[in-house]
Design a protein around this ligand. Structure first.
Ligand code: TYD
Ligand code: MG
Length: 463
């Protein structure tokens, strides 16, 4: 039977290929995700020269480790301190950076600001957008007070045209606003399909490496929070930054989830104003700004975000469940972790929560995923159950184990100092982290209370 060799079907979720259409991807089990595509060339050409996947500047012969000169990547500052921090101290020339986030969260705004700054300081910048016209970008630029700078705007979705413009304008930075709108003439599938997205990212990667120019790609995320057309992209790029939280808050958090040239989980905090995204120099102040006074169910925990300590408020509400099956909802912490912590609270601290709804929320839309936040979460819940507030000037941190023990945490020093600087006079932390020298240094300013068990900790904070 003759088979149509030039058609394959590609899953838009995981990139798996199938020779015929099926309703459910056999690799990842997602429904209705297969899309018709053209297969990749199977017989590889003997010479890679001119092949579209050949690295432009690559030397084909292997070289000895010792013979390779060490290049110091002078990082290019974007002119936005918080963005530089997330990138690990500026953009590395020749790197491909993916910026993901929900629609309307500020991806285009942030990159246009960075583009304008860099056009002024390091040279021409090409801002290619497949979503807005040049006029729309310019009117946004006027709001952002971009001023005069060699900033080229290009409203284009054809990958080959974008590459041509890169060759023509020789920019020092390229921004491609939404990789999902870009299509290559070499593929027949629609823009946004996994084949097109992968092709665009690969070709732009070669442009970045070949010309030693940094390239920023904007990527949309789908409703469930993953990047549309996705995992394939995260492997290709050098760094992945995400806008976290919701666009209903005035402040925005950018987090690095992958960075070949810097630390991950570094955090940048911005505030959306009428003149663009402004860096927030003191995030703790921002996250504690609306903390209610003497309200049960509110605790302040010292979290570490990358290299930066941040104080955040965690709120809990425990109320009697009216419908029989108790609900547990977590916003900003892992629901699995919450279930585990609730079990520990019942068994080890003797609180009965069986018939209660438990809601936990990290104020300000931040997501906290380190175990050192356990103690704060549990204190907030216990405070709500007992109806007793936690003293306003008490901050806490500590991991809680299944036996109800409070375990030592990493980087206690910076957390304590941040709490002290923010005016907290009492810090409850694992006994293992108490350093006598630190205690003496902070005497009179911030009292350090070491605890060994959850019960002990609750006694201290709910006194
Ligand atoms: P935008 O950068 O267009 O989002 P994305 O590219 O991620 O889809 O951000 C759009 C939102 O930001 C929009 O709701 C308006 C708001 N905004 C401001 O509040 N101030 C500003 O100066 C700008 C440019 C946008
Ligand atoms: Mg946009």
């Amino acid at each position: 039977m003759a088979k149509r060799a030039n058609t394959i079907f590609v899953c838009q979720e995981c990139g798996a290929q199938a020779p015929k259409w099926v309703g459910r991807c056999e690799e990842c089990g997602a429904w209705n995700t297969l899309v018709e595509d053209r297969p990749r060339e199977t017989s590889a050409p003997v010479s890679t020269a001119g092949h579209r996947y050949a690295l432009a500047a690559a030397t084909s012969a292997a070289r000895l480790y010792d013979e390779i000169a060490l290049e110091h990547h002078a990082r290019l500052p974007t002119g936005i301190g918080e963005l530089d921090r997330v990138l690990g101290g500026g953009v590395v020339p020749g790197s491909l950076v993916l910026l993901g986030g929900e629609p309307g969260i500020g991806k285009s705004t942030l990159l246009l600001q960075a583009a304008a700054n860099m056009a002024r300081t390091i040279g021409p910048v090409l801002y290619s957008s497949g979503e807005e016209s040049e006029h729309q970008i310019k009117s946004r630029g006027e709001r952002l007070a971009v001023g005069s700078a060699p900033l080229y705007l290009l409203a284009e979705t054809c990958l080959e045209r974008i590459l041509e413009e890169i060759a023509r304008t020789r920019p020092a930075l390229v921004i491609v606003d939404s990789v999902q709108t870009v299509f290559s003439l070499k593929l027949q599938s629609a823009p946004g399909s996994i084949g097109q997205v992968r092709e665009a990212a690969t070709q732009l990667l070669f442009a970045a490496k070949g010309r030693n120019v940094p390239v920023f790609l904007v990527g949309h995320v789908t409703k469930d929070g993953s990047l549309a057309g996705p995992k394939a992209l995260e492997h290709v790029v050098d760094a992945v930054l995400y806008f976290e939280g919701e666009r209903h808050h005035a402040h925005r958090v950018v987090r690095a989830v992958k960075n070949r040239f810097g630390a991950v989980s570094e955090l940048g905090v911005f505030e959306m104003t009428s003149t663009g995204l402004m860096p927030v120099p003191n995030p703790s102040k921002l996250f504690l700004a609306e903390r209610p006074e003497n309200a049960p169910g509110s605790a302040v925990l010292c979290a570490m975000e990358g290299s930066r300590p941040i104080l955040v408020e965690v709120q809990a509400l425990v109320s009697t469940s009216t419908y029989g099956n108790a609900r547990r909802m977590a916003n900003g912490i892992d629901p699995q972790r919450l279930a585990l912590l609730l079990a520990v609270l019942e068994k080890r601290a003797g609180l009965n929560l069986a018939g209660d709804d438990v809601f936990v929320n990290v104020a300000g839309g931040l997501t906290i995923d380190e175990p050192a936040s356990d103690l704060g979460v549990l204190a907030a819940i216990a405070s709500s159950v007992r109806g007793r507030p936690i003293a306003q000037a008490t901050a806490m941190c500590g991991e809680v184990g299944l036996a109800g023990e409070v375990r030592g945490i990493a980087q206690a020093g910076p957390r304590i100092r941040e709490a002290s600087q923010m005016g907290f006079t009492r810090c409850v932390l694992p006994d293992a982290n108490i350093d006598p020298a630190e205690r003496r240094a902070l005497a009179g300013q911030c009292e350090l209370v070491g605890v060994r068990t959850l019960a002990e900790a609750l006694e201290e904070v709910l006194a």
